[in-house]
Write a protein that binds this ligand. Sequence first.
Ligand code: HEM
Length: 118
Amino acid sequence: MATLYEKIGGEPAIRIAVEKFYDRVLADNTVNHFFIETNMDKQRDHQTKFLSYALGGPNQYGGTSMEKAHEGMNIQPEHFQAIAHHLQQTLEELNVADEDIAIVMEKIGGLAPHIIEK
Ligand code: HEM
């Protein structure tokens, strides 16, 4: 059976989604302050590899764990919600099937305990 990674169109499609996703994130004043000092080229690359792996593609993600990557940022549930919402809207814009979006969002939701500051 094809993985969700293959179904969506592999790494090239995910890369386009990630670009559109960060356009939305950086336009959102409730969360864009988190990324002021971020090298966005590197960030897009990391996020593409991470999402590819999370969707069943090859594991080329050599970055840090979700806990370590977001440590000390004081990310609150509303920030997580905003980011997740931008991802969902991006996938809708790219006409990814609703049932596939639901699977992606469930996986992303599962990361919340690792990313939100306790
Ligand atoms: C929704 C699920 C999320 C995923 C899958 C995710 C994924 C990632 C990945 C893969 C990295 C790169 C880690 C590395 O250095 O290797 C990263 C870094 C980062 N993330 Fe997230 N993230 C998520 C949510 C969030 C949220 C909610 C925020 C803040 C509102 C956020 C802000 C950041 C920032 C500021 C960095 C560091 C960039 C830098 O190095 O300057 N992320 N994230």
